[in-house]
Design a protein. Structure first.
Lengths: 387, 369
């Protein structure tokens, strides 16, 4: 059943619509993540849902009730936020910061009842921050701060939790911890989580739904596996140099341009380190022969224009060898990445033999090539010839 | 580092925030009592403390008797001797005024610091006092030729108008400027403009027209009388109670506007309430005693340092009491240090307030590192 949804929502600043026709539908206890480039309007959408910004038009519903009709206090009991604002409360303990989440429930002077106090302790326990209770908030690290702010939001006992880039400033361990806690909240407490993230790999793994925000309208909305086809991320973020591999969640930087100077014989994961080392030095290279299901294949594909491939689960053929040999003979040197040669990839063995036969320098691993080059350069320098 | 943390937390366990609050309040109350006695019995005529107590006690008794019977025995008590006249019509109103206004000034500073989220915000820094002085100056210069002497009521009204003028300008700017530090700078600049206008008027005014202004702008509690004390008490205590009732949103506001709003606070209304209350308090002070610097900045700092918390529900009453104590002692010094010459109260408050602020800033920096 749909719990949170928006209907033709338009958001923007000062009456100007920045993004229009936002239609989202999320069930209770699911996680929706907004992804998209900087300045695309992720925060604008979130702020319009939390009433920090006035919406332009359209409706937002929680449990089939229009939330713009609610009073601020009613909204505060349903929706809690974790913002990007860096706060500096003076002389406040973490416990006091967390207890502020009880604001909509306490009396006019903000007196905490025993039940309120219990909820505060539970919230801190849930984010594993009970030991921080008496610490001064301003002395915390970023990871601790974020956990406390999350505990504060949980104290509000919200049905919908909205987080604006909750993982910013956090190291990878704290990112994982934070997202784990969110997952738990969503599953066990049925809290619907709506957040924006910059880490696409994490977003696809934690989210039930993704909302791609770009330009003046929504690029895509749906479960991550449905909407993220090959190259969708490159398109969403306008990545022209470099690429994003959705399968691995890994980023490759811009591919070196030009005729291949090095031929890498790889496969089975051994090639990746070589490809990346060559990319780092901006040396164009060719890679081969790779089966299309090889783990080396997607990386090679992103970093080189000269990849010789063979269909998966079939032995390599003479044709593949010929194709690869042609490129190899144009290269200055060959790197043997160290992949074992067996029956299916025997052609790779023939390529190495070919290099030896033709006197093309053959190195095992990219380090060997590097060392050789270094020593050659050193020798040249000693002789007083410029590099 | 870790042992330091442990030490701190264990010390905190021994003395809870509420306990610390009680101890602080008790200490301040004792100081307050001591200050009252000192203030009433010292001066050009020394009156023994025992006699003072006796006279005050009979005065209070007479007051209650009058309240219930409608007779007028209070006058008889207050005018019994020259000493009782000194106590009842000079020293007591002056001291009470100092206490009432000192507290109000401190609470006003606390509210402004909350509003600007900046520790150096205060009524004097923001130009509220300068604004009041400007309007008082213009009024005295314009009216003295016609009226001869300016009544205190007119002074109070014009000081209030001046304060509100500055505050509304600050409010107006705050709609456009989101950055609080920027707004603070604007406030300070507005203050300078007001001072310039005042100086300009003074330059071209006749000597006798500005006598009132000069004595007023020195800042002093010396003009106190009972009707002034009553008016000030109503305004200041009322303003403080209202501020105290805002404790809950003030506490939430410490988390920043974004979070305050998400907790259900109407930030615009809250901010307006905050600045109107603080200007009411500081205008009241400026009107009755002239511009007094540094109390508004120093006292909230002293109080927070003593309480080791910023929970407004505790800080506001403690700040009021602390401000009262601070001001009666400063007034005592102003009155007696170079007797019979009296110093301006601002001289004393700055001399004591500024070093305190510097010391505390440095100390806090050290704790943070």
């Amino acid at each position: 059943m749909i719990y949170f949804h928006t209907k033709d929502l338009s958001v923007g600043y000062n009456g100007h619509a920045l993004i229009h026709d936002i239609n989202i539908e999320v069930e209770k206890g699911k996680i929706l993540t907004l992804i998209g480039p900087n300045g695309a309007g992720k925060s604008t959408i979130l702020k319009s849902i939390t009433h920090h910004l006035a919406k332009i038009c359209g409706q937002v519903y929680i449990d089939r009730q229009e939330i713009y009709a609610w009073s601020a206090r009613e909204l505060a009991k349903q929706v809690a936020v974790v913002l990007t604002d860096r706060i500096h409360p003076e002389l406040m303990t973490c416990e006091e910061v967390v207890a502020m989440g009880r604001y909509p429930y306490t009396n006019a002077l903000g007196k905490l009842t025993p039940r309120d106090k219990e909820i505060v302790v539970q919230a801190m326990e849930r984010v594993h921050a009970l030991d921080l209770a008496q610490r001064d908030f301003t002395t915390l690290s970023d990871g601790q701060r974020q956990r406390i702010m999350l505990a504060r939001a949980l104290c509000q006992e919200p049905e919908v939790l909205i987080l604006d880039e909750p993982t910013a400033y956090l190291d990878i361990r704290h990112k994982i911890e934070l997202l784990d806690i969110l997952r738990e909240m969503a599953h066990e407490k049925g809290i619907t989580v709506i957040m924006s993230l910059h880490e696409i790999d994490l977003a696809t793994k934690i989210s039930d739904y993704l909302l791609c925000v770009k330009g003046d309208t929504i690029e895509a909305f749906g479960p991550p596996e449905d909407i993220l086809a090959d190259g969708a991320i490159d398109k969403l973020y306008d990545i022209q140099h470099g690429s994003y591999n959705l399968l691995f969640g890994s980023v490759e930087l811009a591919k070196p341009q030009g005729e291949p100077q090095v031929f890498v014989v790889g496969g089975g994961g051994a090639g990746i380190a070589c490809y990346r080392a060559l990319q780092k030095r901006q040396i164009p290279f060719a890679a081969g022969i790779l089966f299309t299901n090889d783990v080396d294949y997607p990386v090679a594909q992103e970093l080189s224009d000269y990849v010789v491939t063979a269909p998966a689960f079939e032995p390599m053929t003479e044709a593949h060898y010929q194709q690869a040999a042609q490129i190899l003979l144009r290269c200055d040197c060959v790197i043997d990445a160290g992949t074992p040669i067996g029956t299916l990839n025997s052609m790779n063995g023939r390529l190495l033999d070919l290099a030896r036969e033709k006197g093309i320098p053959l190195y095992s691993g990219w380090q060997a090539m590097e060392n050789k080059k270094d020593s050659r350069e050193n020798r040249r320098r000693e002789r007083g010839v410029g590099p | 580092m870790e042992t330091h943390d442990l030490m701190r937390s264990s010390r905190r366990e021994r003395l809870t925030t509420a306990g610390r609050f009680l101890v602080t309040m008790l200490l301040l109350a004792l100081l307050f009592g001591w200050g009252l006695v000192l203030n009433v019995n010292t001066g050009s005529v020394e009156i023994p403390a025992g006699e003072v107590f006796h006279m005050v006690w009979s005065g209070v008794k007479a007051l209650f008797r009058d309240l219930f019977t409608g007779s007028d025995t209070l006058r008889a008590v207050t005018e019994a001797s020259s000493e009782s006249k000194i106590i009842f019509s000079i020293r007591m109103p002056r001291m009470l005024l100092a206490a009432i206004l000192g507290g109000a000034l401190s609470v006003s500073g606390f509210l402004l610091q909350t509003f600007f989220r900046n520790p150096i915000a205060g009524p004097f820094v923001l130009g509220i006092s300068s604004g009041a002085k400007m309007v008082v100056g213009i009024t005295t210069i314009l009216l003295t030729p016609y009226l001869g002497t300016i009544s205190s009521g007119v002074l109070i009204l014009s000081a209030f108008a001046g304060s509100l003028l500055i505050v509304s300008m600050v409010l107006l700017f705050s709609q456009r400027v989101q950055n609080m530090s920027m707004l603070l700078v604007i406030g300070i600049m507005v203050g300078y403009i007001c001072s310039a206008v005042t100086d300009f008027c003074i330059t071209f005014a006749d000597e006798e027209d500005i006598v009132n202004l000069t004595s007023w702008s020195m800042g002093s509690f010396s003009g106190a009388n009972w009707s002034g004390v009553t008016t000030a008490a109503w305004l200041c205590l009322g303003g403080t109670v209202l501020s105290w009732l805002l404790s809950k949103p003030i506490a939430a506001y410490a988390l920043g506007e974004g979070y305050a709003q998400s907790l259900g606070i109407n930030v615009k209304v809250f901010r307006a309430a905050l600045i109107i209350l603080s200007s009411l308090l500081s205008a009241c002070v400026t009107a009755f005693a002239g511009p007094i610097s540094f109390v508004g900045i120093a006292v909230p700092h002293i109080t927070r340092t003593m309480l080791k918390t910023s929970r407004p529900i505790l800080v506001i009453p403690a700040t009021y009491l602390c401000g009262a104590v601070f001001c009666i002692f400063c007034d005592l010094i102003a009155r007696t240090a170079f007797s019979p010459t009296e110093m301006a109260i601002g001289t004393v408050t700055s001399a004591f307030g500024a070093p305190v602020v510097i010391y505390m800033m440095l100390k806090r920096q050290k704790v943070r590192q």
